[in-house]
Write a protein that binds this ligand. Structure first.
Ligand code: ADP
Ligand code: MG
Ligand code: MG
Length: 247
């Protein structure tokens, strides 16, 4: 479903990704772990098509398409979803407005009819329920005054509404308390654990993986995958640290 081959990328002339290769099949969840500064967020940005990241070598194929040749909005319309480590606040725009426009612009890009206000609200209510979010919260401005946990839950509601084929989630677990972690983990499972979808879960810690069981775990260090294994690898990393395990 997602095939990354020998990816090299730089920012402002600094090489950050150095020959990263990775393949995620349909129905699979892969976790990427690694020390600070390894290039995890850079990988997420490169997959999302964020400006300023120059690809100097390699390729990324997503559902048979050349992902790197697509504009960010085309990637989203093709079913690629990115969850960010630091969600942005948008004063003056409610979550409901934002989410409906995000969904309908993707639907239009795919040649589908936009959803009516009523149908959209029904969908939003269903997905908010999965994340135990009140519709009142979704009427508030995007992320303004939200706690860290509420931002992450709102982002997962967004993922539920957009119903992507593939999600790249960058430290979705950062700043979550125990209950929010479980709710977010169960939300990811409910939305993305399906035979025709895939997930790349970027995380520092193994605790989210207690809820979202990965099929494979990869260690990213110095811009490439240095070790891969099953779910046990995350436990081993937690016990022994990156330096020992990925040396
Ligand atoms: P991680 O998410 O694994 O902690 P990042 O992908 O955020 O790592 O960063 C990888 C490396 O790239 C770090 O050393 C970071 O300082 C560097 N880096 C990230 N963005 C830039 C930038 N805009 N200019 C220069 N260096 C950057
Ligand atoms: Mg980091
Ligand atoms: Mg990061």
């Amino acid at each position: 479903m997602l095939k990354i081959e020998n990816l090299h990328a730089e920012v402002d002339g600094n090489k950050i990704l150095n020959g990263l290769s990775l393949e995620v099949g349909a129905g699979e969840v892969h976790a990427i772990m690694g020390p600070n500064g390894a290039g995890k967020s850079t990988l997420a940005y490169v997959l999302g098509g964020r400006p300023g990241y120059e690809i100097t070598e390699g390729s990324v194929t997503f559902a048979g398409q050349d992902l790197l040749g697509l504009e960010p909005h085309e990637r989203a319309a093709a079913g690629m979803f990115l969850g960010f480590q630091y969600p942005v606040e948008i004063p003056g725009v409610s979550n409901v407005q934002f989410l409906r426009e995000a969904l309908n612009s993707q639907r239009r890009a795919r040649g589908e009819e936009p959803l009516s206000g009523g149908d959209f609200l029904k969908l939003a209510k269903e997905k908010a329920g999965l994340l135990r979010m009140d519709m009142e919260m979704l009427k508030r401005n995007v992320n303004v005054g939200f706690s860290g946990g509420e931002k992450k839950r709102a982002e997962m509601v967004q993922m539920g509404i957009l119903d992507p084929k593939f999600a790249v989630l960058d430290e979705t677990d950062s700043g979550l308390d125990i209950d929010a972690l479980r709710i977010v983990g169960e939300g990811i499972n409910a939305i993305m654990r399906q035979p025709d979808k895939g997930v790349l879960l970027i995380t520092h810690y193994q605790r989210l993986l207690d809820y979202v069981k990965p099929d494979k775990v990869h260690v990213l260090a110095k811009g490439r995958i240095v070790k891969s294994g099953g779910a046990d690898l995350a436990l081993e990393l937690e016990r022994e640290g990156y330096e020992t395990v990925a040396a």
